[in-house]
Design a protein around this ligand. Structure first.
Ligand SMILES: *Cc1c(COP(=O)(O)O)cnc(C)c1O
Length: 421
């Protein structure tokens, strides 16, 4: 009997909804869906190709109140909503009039992704990676992480009843260590920076064939999860695209996929075709993409990260060149801000809108402020910024600069004496 036939009998065709193939972003070579992430011809990154058929606003609006309402646009089985996952998404889009007024903007929204199950946007990408990993026959959900991904992978694996294996730099914020360890699973701190941990993960992935490293060997599927941020923003604006959006950049995946989502919505006729500008936000202590943008380079030169914005501290960003493409194509820019400005950004968002973002949110708010001040952003155009994580996970960033107004004895006299009335 031919080996091909025996193989076909053992591996049924994968059911990943509208996904049809994997296509190389560099040379366009396509191959079948499977556990592949690099092009066999040129080693370029692979991306999902789709056949969406006809999909309407009503199809989406009648779906679950989480990212699975967009399952017809994602590489996941059509019955995905019936499988235990963390069901992230549909986080609030907050009208930020106070912050807008403070910065001199006419119309500003904050997409507050700290409202996800493990309090960062990473639940979106992990939910899609988990769905694909199961379909592709992986047994363990794994990742190298700067912290938020570790939370999301450990939680999703726990809920799915499978093993997790998470690797992080050992100097991570203690909050992110605790909020990963609590979910159980295998959890390893590594004496090195994120780029060291990432390289180790690739080496382990080469040996452990049934481990799905969400952002390494199932990265094409994982990355598509970020599209849901773009879909939600459009739907929550009443099926319309904003004029400008400011997005934090670590590997650059989130930014490029928000752009992909907007492009798809236009192509599908779900929103009106109109120009929009995409801006990237980095910390100066890890600014490889901003530096390349400003220098006019097409390649991104790796840096050694040194910033309090640890969730964005990827010195060698996989999607850096594609961020440059999106920013240049849409008329945006990539800016960077100092750690001091990051802390001010966190406090400004909290003070004006009652939203406590993590350091990545501080990077985004501070970048927004810089873009407005520098004239790169149009103050009269509708703007959206992403708050991608929760300030409770990066308390050390603000602990030194915030405090109660006073400490008093439990008496009216003491209250009056404190001069707070
Ligand atoms: C991972 C992360 C990002 C950016 O992710 P990329 O897709 O790698 O650019 C932004 N904000 C937070 C809080 C994150 O954890």
């Amino acid at each position: 009997m031919g080996r091909g036939l025996a193989h076909m009998a053992l591996t049924p065709a994968v059911n990943l909804g509208p996904a049809t193939a994997l296509v190389c972003r560099e040379c366009g070579t396509s191959r079948e869906l499977g556990p592949h992430y690099a092009c066999e011809e040129c080693f370029g990154p692979l991306e999902i190709a789709y056949d969406f058929g006809g999909i309407t606003r009503a199809d989406i609006e009648s779906g679950p109140r989480n990212i699975w309402r967009y399952r017809g646009l994602l590489p996941v089985p059509s019955n995905i909503a019936d499988t235990p996952n963390t069901e992230p998404g549909l986080t609030r889009l907050v009208r930020a009039d106070n912050l807008a007024e403070n910065l001199g903007l006419q119309s500003l929204w904050v997409k507050d992704d700290s409202g996800n199950p493990t309090h960062s946007f990473k639940d979106r990408v992990v939910a899609v990676a988990l769905a694909a990993a199961r379909e592709l026959g992986f047994k363990v959900l794994a990742c190298p992480s700067t912290g938020n991904l570790a939370n999301a992978v450990a939680a999703a694996a726990a809920r799915a009843g499978i093993r997790s294996a998470v690797f992080v730099p050992s100097d991570l914020e203690s909050q992110k260590i605790i909020t990963t360890a609590v979910y159980g699973g295998t959890f390893v701190t590594v004496d090195g920076n994120y780029d060291d941990v990432n390289r180790l993960a690739s080496e382990i992935a080469g040996e452990q064939e049934d481990w799905a490293f969400v952002n390494v060997n199932v990265r094409p599927y994982y990355a598509e999860g970020s599209k849901t941020l773009g879909y939600e923003i459009a739907e929550q604006l009443g099926w319309r695209l904003p004029d400008q959006i400011v997005v934090p950049v670590a590997s650059g995946s989130q930014l490029t996929k928000i752009d992909k989502a907007f492009t798809e919505l236009i192509k599908l006729g779900l929103v009106e075709d109109k120009p929009y500008r995409v801006f990237g936000a980095q910390a100066t202590g890890c600014d490889p993409v901003a530096a390349a943008f400003k220098a006019g380079h097409d390649v991104v030169r790796p840096v050694k990260p040194d910033t309090i914005a640890k969730s964005l501290a990827i010195g060698n960003p996989a999607d850096g060149p594609y961020v440059l493409d999106v920013a240049r194509r849409t008329g945006g820019t990539v800016e960077d801000v100092s750690d001091e400005q990051v802390v001010e950004g966190i406090r400004l968002l909290a003070r004006t809108e009652g939203i406590f973002g993590e350091t990545a949110g501080g990077v985004t708010v501070a970048t927004l402020r810089k873009l407005v001040a520098g004239g790169a952003l149009d103050p009269s155009a509708e703007t959206v910024i992403i708050n991608s994580g929760d300030g409770l996970k990066t308390l050390d960033a603000v602990a030194p600069v915030v405090a109660p107004s006073a400490n008093i004895a439990p008496s009216l006299e003491a209250f009056r004496a404190a001069g707070l009335a």
